[in-house]
Ligand binder design. Structure first.
Ligand code: ATP
Ligand code: MG
Length: 561
């Protein structure tokens, strides 16, 4: 069962554990706060990264500190400038600006010199074993590992071999540099961890300058130290790495950065590892990294999410010390809340049923005034055309309605939003008995919201004038996965077995004229339907809209329970 978080955003709340740590730090030191966000440029950022961005940049902002952007580009095989560019775009879009832009690859020379220093201190050695042999000799949690036959090479030999590794004299996998710590250490990561491996591959920034690359554990803490990071915040799975992080810094006697861990963000009906997201893209299961069904920041942006909604979400989720899964409906709640304030209202009919108003003059067009945003008076009004033929939603008519159905049925009356009261006189059917058109009459005294005899009509429905309406492609999305936790893979299956076959439905609807040719990215509430965002696939005369989120608020229902 997914965790439901209290609706406490905006209200006064207790400090989270990281804020407590930082406030203590400020009290005990000069108060300088420096954080960093350290993505590996091997994919697009997702909503989990957004959580980390909001945390690192947010803490720096709150405590007058600075936050760096550091690309953790230590694996040339998987990394690319395309990803670097998208990461920068996403962070800026979220509303944050980094103090320094750094690359772990800028530190390769320094990292190399420090490795040489560790060799000289007898704390690192070149191992000729294969990575597989090293893995097998590492022991288990209950048994110590076996020392490498190359563990006791002389400092001179190690220096010579390491230099020749750098020069490219050896093939991939032929040698590695390992820290000399303790093959019986209770923390397996300290059993002589690999510091460098040989990879003859072009790096997106350093080209072919290097053919030895530092491992995460050796590069990360030292990069933090170079940038004088005071609080190196990362996700929980790194807590076992902390001892090693501290070990390198201590042996080198460099600036003492410290690592703190928080629980990573998990969302229901979503996968969030870049490796899996890449699979979805490469197997063309989605249309790209920014396919609105993806949990990436670029996909959420395309779908119509606002930066404010994502920041509010990160805030509500809070900072936990234990892993949990957040209900996707909380994210939807946050975007609905923001769009309700800022999105202008429009009328669009997504499943059209034609209505002819038989007592309305043929060829006549009348304009009615519609309010753009009842939450924001400054958004003003617009004019919408009305005529004898209109479209309404098919679901707004029922031949044999149940009680409390306040929309159209034979003989019943409804109000057309901003316009007249109409009464259903007859439903026209095709040969199969499907209703294909309604014949209605209108009350000429009821225009713009008032009826002649003051009678109250409960139902108000949206509509578009048929001769003025434009056709538009509307993409309706639902969860990409049918299983609440697609990461929980049963034997013999993969996460791809849990895809929802109906995650995207493309329909053709009718939009009011003011929606024609709006700029991609424009956001609207289609009245009574949901929030929609114009897609960049739109071309002149052919609009494409993505449904950001429906109006139905499952979150509010859950919160009520
Ligand atoms: P993935 O597993 O999705 O590939 P990653 O951790 O390998 O993610 P990085 O580029 O290394 O991706 O992550 C950059 C930063 O974002 C790291 O500090 C990482 O801890 C943080 N981060 C990644 N995923 C999440 C998440 N789901 N929730 C919170 N923070 C995250
Ligand atoms: Mg990573």
């Amino acid at each position: 069962m997914a965790t439901i978080i209290d609706d406490t955003a905006g209200k006064e709340r207790q400090l989270n554990f990281l804020e407590e740590i930082i406030e203590n730090h400020i009290a005990e030191t000069d108060g300088r706060i420096q954080t960093r966000f350290p993505p590996e440029p091997n994919g697009y950022l997702h909503i989990g990264h957004a959580k980390s961005i909001c945390l690192n940049f947010g803490l720096a902002e709150k405590y007058n500190g600075k936050c760096n952007l550091r690309f953790d580009d230590t694996n040339p095989v998987k990394e690319d400038v395309e990803y670097v560019d998208s990461i920068k775009e996403d962070i800026k879009w979220l509303g944050f600006q980094w103090a320094g832009e750094h690359y772990a690859s800028d530190y390769f020379e320094q990292l190399y010199l420090w490795a040489v220093e560790l060799i000289k201190k007898g704390l690192a050695y070149v191992d000729d074993q294969s990575q597989e042999e090293i893995r097998l000799s590492r022991g288990t949690v209950t048994e110590p590992g076996r020392e490498s036959p190359w563990r006791n090479r002389s400092v001179e030999e190690n220096l010579d071999l390491f230099e020749r590794m750098r020069k490219g004299e050896f093939a991939d996998g032929e040698k590695v540099l390992r820290a000399k710590i303790d093959m019986a250490h209770p923390n397996m990561l300290l059993r002589d961890p690999i510091m460098y491996r040989i990879i003859h591959s072009e790096h997106h920034r350093t080209g072919d300058k290097w053919c030895i690359y530092p491992m995460y554990d050796y590069a990360h803490g030292q990069s933090d130290s170079i940038e004088k990071i005071t609080h190196s915040i990362c996700t929980l799975e790194f807590d076992v790495h902390r001892t090693l992080y501290d070990w390198f810094i201590e042996q080198l006697g460099i600036f003492p950065s410290h690592q703190y861990e928080f629980a990573r963000l998990n969302l229901t009906y979503t996968v969030m590892s870049k490796r899996r997201l890449l699979q979805l893209v490469e197997n063309k299961i989605v249309r790209g990294w920014d396919d609105p069904r993806m949990p990436t920041i670029s996909a959420l942006r395309r779908k119509g999410y606002t930066p404010a909604s994502i920041r509010a979400f990160a805030d509500r989720v809070g900072v936990a010390k234990r892993d949990n899964v957040i209900d996707l409906s909380l994210l939807e709640f946050c975007v609905r809340e923001d769009l309700n304030k800022i999105a202008e209202r429009r009328m669009a009919v997504l499943d059209p049923l034609k209505v002819t108003i038989t007592n309305y003059p043929e060829g006549k067009t009348e304009m009615f005034t519609a309010v753009n945003n009842p939450e924001d008076e400054s958004a003003g009004t617009r004019q919408i055309p009305f005529s004898r033929e209109i479209y309404i939603e098919r679901s707004d008519f029922m031949e044999n309605p149940p009680k409390k159905y306040y929309r159209l049925s034979p003989g019943s009356e409804v109000r057309l939003r901003y316009s007249y009261l109409i009464k259903c006189e007859e439903a026209i059917k095709d040969e199969q008995g499907n209703v294909i058109e309604l014949k209605c009459t209108y009350d000429p005294q009821s225009g713009g919201g008032s009826s002649s005899d003051g009678r109250r009509v409960k139902g108000v429905i949206h509509w578009v004038s048929a001769p003025h309406a434009q056709k538009a492609e509307v993409r309706l999305y639902s969860n990409l996965f049918a299983k609440e936790n697609p990461n929980d893979v049963e034997e013999g299956k993969t996460f791809l077995d849990y895809l929802n076959p109906d995650s995207m439905k493309i329909i053709e609807g009718f939009i009011e004229p003011s929606l024609q040719d709006v700029a991609p990215g424009s956001k609207f509430q289609f009245e009574r339907t949901g929030y929609f965002c114009a897609d960049p696939d739109s071309t002149p005369g052919h609009m494409v809209f993505n449904r950001t989120v429906s109006l139905k608020d499952t979150w509010a229902k859950i919160a009520d329970k």
